[in-house]
Design a protein around this ligand. Structure first.
Ligand code: ZN
Length: 77
């Protein structure tokens, strides 16, 4: 049987705890970045026909106004 020293045991115990915490941190950071980034970032449009301000999907250059149906280009700042 392999005997474990107390120092080695605590080192492995703390190391496994830190590895678990950092693993969860990287997992949720990756999940947030890849799955929810597209939902959060939207493009703002201003309708030049009816002055409606609305949002479109991420990366789009043109979008139809939900109120009048006129196709507008994205706002650039
Ligand atoms: Zn409109």
């Amino acid at each position: 049987m392999i005997g474990l020293d107390v120092d080695i045991f605590f080192l492995l115990y703390l190391g496994s705890g830190f590895a678990l915490l950092f693993g969860l941190w990287f997992y949720y950071d990756w999940k947030d970045q890849h799955l929810f980034a597209a939902q959060r970032s939207k493009v703002i449009y201003h309708c030049i026909k009816c002055s409606q301000i609305y949002t479109g999907v991420h990366g789009s250059e043109e979008c139809d106004c939900p109120q009048c149906g006129f196709t507008n280009g994205r706002l650039r700042f």
